[in-house]
Design a protein around this ligand. Structure first.
Ligand SMILES: [Zn+2]
Ligand SMILES: [Zn+2]
Ligand SMILES: [Zn+2]
Length: 482
């Protein structure tokens, strides 16, 4: 074993050193979950300086860990900061996260792809009881079913069930949101809100008359947006929700996300405002800051936050505020900074532009379905916008016009900076996922067609596609070639 601080190799006569022979730094520690009771000291990391990998789990209690980037101390998954006094390192998760059905929690739908883009077909799908949503984090595939929440672990050849918990009251639920954060599972359903531990234990169940549409979760806070536009925020272990005081607005909040570090909550309204909330503020009720206001000219349906910039996708309202008419109105896009300045747009987008986007680097990828009219044939496109020069026309890629793109675009960026878009394409009636190369315009089918919409999830070094048939879901697991 080698000390990563002083680079000294421990003499082989000391078989399992707890501290560095040279500088005295810890090399092993008691498991942060089962503690000193098990008398197990775990090595902080395996491998030498070049190939170091922090210890990811305890072989006694099976709990997973976060590791400090600086001192390598192991922490439980709900830890936010390194517990070593004076250490300023950040805590890193054991495995690449995909913490919501949309991937990252900042709304970008862009995920790092660990390998090259080569996708052999999975010949051995796993059949499980039907699921509604899935996410991957801390080495577990988390699936919200109709009657239970389940976690699965990769055995090397297939997904083995790790935990299962039926919903309170044995009811069937309609799942609307799933986020895995703080070592917990946050589930929004039409019928209520639940928080589970990764072991499958119910920690909290709310059943109030509100219908929650969206949620955002940070390192130690949780925010929920209901159908009436109210926002409830709770912090840390105090599970009492506090309502956020909203300014007097022409419209109501309809979309919500957070930045990559979870330091602020961003909210878009159906009357064109962008609001910012500090979840760490000590003021109660929580205050809201309006950082951008189109005075009712737009309705923002979707937003994402990257590096101090917010992308807002929505529709122009022609200054006639009427939520019922919004679907027929012109799609629009705006980019502003998180202080509400340096505006790009709002820019009108072509008719048929879909309501979601993937944001990778300084490019926004948005699907568009052009319906046939007197002047033009039907067409299916991906429009690529540069976030720094929004006023220019997008680059456009053409897809097969016989099928259309469904909402739910996702981008994967590999270590060489190559990008692929994962698109769900609908024929009549068959649906399937395709991997699309926006540079060359080439595409590859990666799932078998089914009559229903499918789910996709990046699970560390595997892409999992869930196809539904009757009361079952088939999980296709496609290895990613490094
Ligand atoms: Zn040392
Ligand atoms: Zn343990
Ligand atoms: Zn540390």
């Amino acid at each position: 074993m080698e000390c990563l601080a002083c680079r000294r190799t421990m003499p082989p006569v000391i078989r399992e050193p707890n501290f560095c022979f040279g500088c005295g730094r810890p090399l092993r520690q008691y498991c942060p979950a089962c503690g000193t009771t098990s008398r197990i000291r775990l090595p902080l990391y395996n491998g030498g300086a070049g190939a170091r990998r922090p210890t990811s789990s305890c072989y006694s209690c099976n709990n997973l860990f976060k590791a400090c980037s600086t001192c390598f101390r192991l922490h439980t998954l709900d830890a936010v900061r390194c517990l070593t006094s004076g250490c300023t390192g950040t805590l890193q998760e054991p495995i690449r996260p995909f913490p919501s059905p949309l991937g990252p929690l900042n709304g970008t739908r862009n995920v790092d792809w660990p390998g090259r883009f080569q996708l052999p077909r999975d010949e051995n799908p796993r059949q499980i009881e039907r699921i509604q949503l899935m996410a991957f984090r801390y080495g577990l595939l988390i699936a919200a079913g109709r009657t239970d929440i389940r976690t699965y672990e990769w055995s090397g050849t297939r997904w083995e069930q790790h935990s299962i918990q039926v919903y309170p009251g044995n009811r069937a639920l309609t799942a609307r949101g799933l986020i895995v954060q703080q070592g917990r599972i946050f589930l929004l359903a039409q019928e209520g809100t639940m928080v589970y531990s990764l072991a499958g234990n119910l920690l909290l169940a709310y059943e109030d008359s509100r219908v929650y549409l969206q949620q955002a979760v940070g390192p130690d806070w949780w925010a929920r947006l209901d159908a009436d536009g109210n926002i409830t925020l709770q912090r840390g272990e105090a599970w009492e929700g506090e309502e956020v005081e909203l300014p007097r607005l022409a419209g109501k909040p309809i979309c919500m996300t957070t930045d990559a570090t979870g330091s602020r909550v961003y909210v878009g309204t159906d009357a064109g405002q962008l609001l910012k909330i500090d979840p760490y503020s000590d003021q109660r009720p929580y205050q809201t800051q309006t950082i951008y206001d189109t005075q009712g000219a737009y309705r923002w349906n979707n937003l994402a936050v990257v590096n101090g910039f917010v992308a807002l996708l929505g529709r122009a309202t022609n200054n006639l505020y009427d939520p019922n008419r919004a679907q027929a109105l012109q799609p629009a896009l705006a980019i502003i900074n998180t202080e509400g300045q340096m505006l790009q747009g709002p820019r009108d987008l072509p008719a048929g532009t879909l309501s979601d986007f993937a944001w990778a680097g300084n490019r926004l990828y948005i699907g568009r379905e052009q319906e046939q009219d007197a002047a033009r044939a039907r067409g299916s496109f991906i429009d690529i916008y540069n976030t720094q020069t929004l006023t220019q026309n997008p680059e456009t890629r053409t897809l097969d016009a016989a099928t259309r793109t469904l909402a739910g675009i996702m981008a994967f960026t590999n270590q060489d900076g190559d990008i692929r878009l994962l698109l769900q394409r609908k024929g009549n009636p068959a649906q399937k996922y395709v991997m699309f190369d926006p540079n060359s315009g080439t595409r590859a089918d990666i799932s078998s067609p089914t009559d229903e919409s499918q789910l996709a999830c990046l699970a560390d070094s595997r892409l999992v596609i869930a196809r539904h048939r009757n009361m079952s879901t088939f999980l296709d697991t496609l290895p990613i070639v490094p």
